[in-house]
Design a binder for this molecule. Structure first.
Ligand SMILES: *Cc1c(COP(=O)(O)O)cnc(C)c1O
Length: 499
């Protein structure tokens, strides 16, 4: 099956014509094939497409232009912090000393990268109020797993082996319960109070000698700062449990709230959210984890150490016996970490605080503009994102949040996050970030308001959207469950890689 709209194009295999090619790459000497052992030679030639270089370039550039990207438009995905990525970071990450370093290079020739990693750990510790940081995890979810494995190691090291439960609020990101499960814990879900915060009574009732940790996202995925955080952390520690903070929403609180000082024991950062690594295409990212002193012995190995003479080196195997071990190859996604470092250094302390202030201002502005048209279930000021609901519109007109999201594509905008958090009916989670202009915010608000009007006057126009996209409505369940990612049409294409 092929889905072809007007702007889609044939695959590169379908464009192939036998014998065509760029012709600029020197061919191997005639006897090259003769030197390969017969058993290692393939029976049939690989089914590779044959095209001239300009056709290859145009094929991929045209494909790239079917994509929506933060460099081409506003990207208001909530719980994602899709901010503009300064090109300065890209320059820094491509410096040959960073980009060309071999991952097995001896410490002596990797001093610049080791210093950058060491300093980035220090910067993140300062930003979060934590005592130490590991840069190894590949993303936020991986950081969660790293953090919870350290919690497990901590309890075990004290002989405290009956702690089998992790408490998670119902508004949390799906990765939180998934992490608890992967680390061998049972997840206990805590309901939200009517104001969107954690229900403290339910929390206290669930907390006890079986609780290993609580995982709290602050500000929450509803875009609300957890006002009772002091009370929750005090109760957690009194019960002998540890407190994990999901730091995905750090963009809202830089320079204003330090989780470590507030009493959290461990947290992760999403450098690809808060610290401007490009994301949305599936990686790579980085999910550094910060810990307070009592978890430092358990940090993944190897850590970057600074010797007395000021030089840097990686820990040697076995040097820190209580470490949970390696979470990722080498020192993590180092190119991504260079970008995070460049971003933090370019902003400085005052600049980072301004990032958060502007992100919060932009979110509250958009919320205010949409409040008369969509329901905003939580009245109080939001942080960096807010939830709007189309439940009333749906009951009146039949138009659902999914339809509104699709119609936004016609109007030139990427839709916000929809149907998350699960606790709000017909939810849209909208996060503008600090990098968007007033004109962009107004344009987006106008588009959403216009769609609400269309829902009342011409619901079919909205429910059949998008009308002006490369493809119309896709069957999302089939796309996710039976992804069709391989082209099978060309003769011989099936031979080299059997199922
Ligand atoms: C994005 C996000 C995560 C997961 O982070 P990844 O880097 O995508 O793995 C976890 N929790 C929250 C609240 C998030 O928004």
């Amino acid at each position: 099956m092929t889905v072809v709209g007007d702007r889609l194009q044939p695959t590169i295999f379908e464009r192939s014509r036998p014998g065509r090619g760029g012709g600029k790459i020197p061919h191997p000497p005639n006897d090259a094939l003769g030197r390969i052992p017969a058993g290692a030679l393939r029976a049939t030639p690989a089914a590779l497409p044959e095209l001239a270089e300009p056709d290859v370039v145009r094929h991929y550039v045209n494909l790239s232009q079917l994509n929506y990207a933060v460099d081409t438009g506003f990207y208001p995905l909530g719980s994602c912090t899709m901010k503009f990525n300064p090109k300065l970071n890209e320059w820094a990450a491509r410096l040959p000393g960073f980009a060309g370093l071999h991952p097995m290079a001896p410490d002596a020739v990797a001093q610049g990268t080791l210093q950058l990693l060491f300093e980035l750990e220090e910067l993140l510790a300062e930003i979060s109020g934590m005592d130490a940081v590991t840069l190894q995890p590949a993303a936020g979810a991986h950081g969660e797993l790293t953090g919870i494995l350290m919690v497990r190691a901590y309890h075990r090291s004290r002989g405290d082996t009956d702690r089998t439960e992790v408490l998670v609020p119902d508004s949390s990101h799906g990765t939180n319960p998934a992490t608890a499960t992967m680390a061998g814990f049972r997840t206990i879900t805590i309901p939200s109070a009517p104001d969107g915060g954690v229900d403290v009574e339910a929390f206290r009732a669930a907390l006890g000698p079986r609780t290993a940790a609580i995982m709290i996202t602050n500000p929450s995925t509803l875009g609300l700062f957890e006002r009772r955080i002091g009370e929750l952390l005090e109760a957690t520690h009194a019960a002998g449990a540890l407190a994990y903070m999901d730091g995905a929403n750090l963009n809202a609180i830089l320079g204003r709230f330090k989780p470590g000082e507030a009493g959290f024991d461990v947290m992760h950062f999403n450098t690809h959210k808060t610290f401007s690594t490009p994301h949305g295409g599936g990686g790579p990212g980085a999910g550094p984890v910060g810990v307070r002193a009592r978890l430092v012995p358990f940090l993944p190995a190897p850590r970057v150490l600074r010797a007395e003479d000021g030089s840097f080196r990686l820990e040697r195997p076995g040097e820190r016996p209580r470490s949970i071990g390696r979470m990722r190859s080498f020192t993590g996604s180092s190119g991504v970490l260079v970008r995070a470092y460049a971003y933090i250094r370019a902003h400085g302390a005052a600049g980072l605080r301004e990032v958060s202030d502007d992100a919060v201002l932009a979110a509250n502005y958009l919320k205010h503009r949409l409040a008369g048209t969509y329901q905003v279930p939580f009245e109080r000021a939001c942080k960096h994102e807010f939830v709007a609901s189309a439940a009333d519109i749906r009951h009146r007109t039949g138009v659902r949040t999914l339809d509104i999201a699709k119609r936004l594509i016609d109007k030139g905008y990427h839709p916000p996050t929809i149907y998350f958090p699960l606790t709000v009916e017909e939810a849209m989670l909208i996060e503008p970030t600090e990098t968007e202009s007033l004109e962009t915010l107004d344009g987006f608000a106008d588009a959403l308001i216009e769609i609400a009007r269309e829902a009342e006057t011409d619901a079919a126009l909205v429910t059949s959207a998008p009308h002006d996209a490369p493809v119309r409505r896709l069957d999302e369940a089939t796309a996710a469950r039976q992804p069709n990612l391989r082209w099978r049409g060309m003769t011989g294409a099936l031979l080299p890689c059997p199922d």
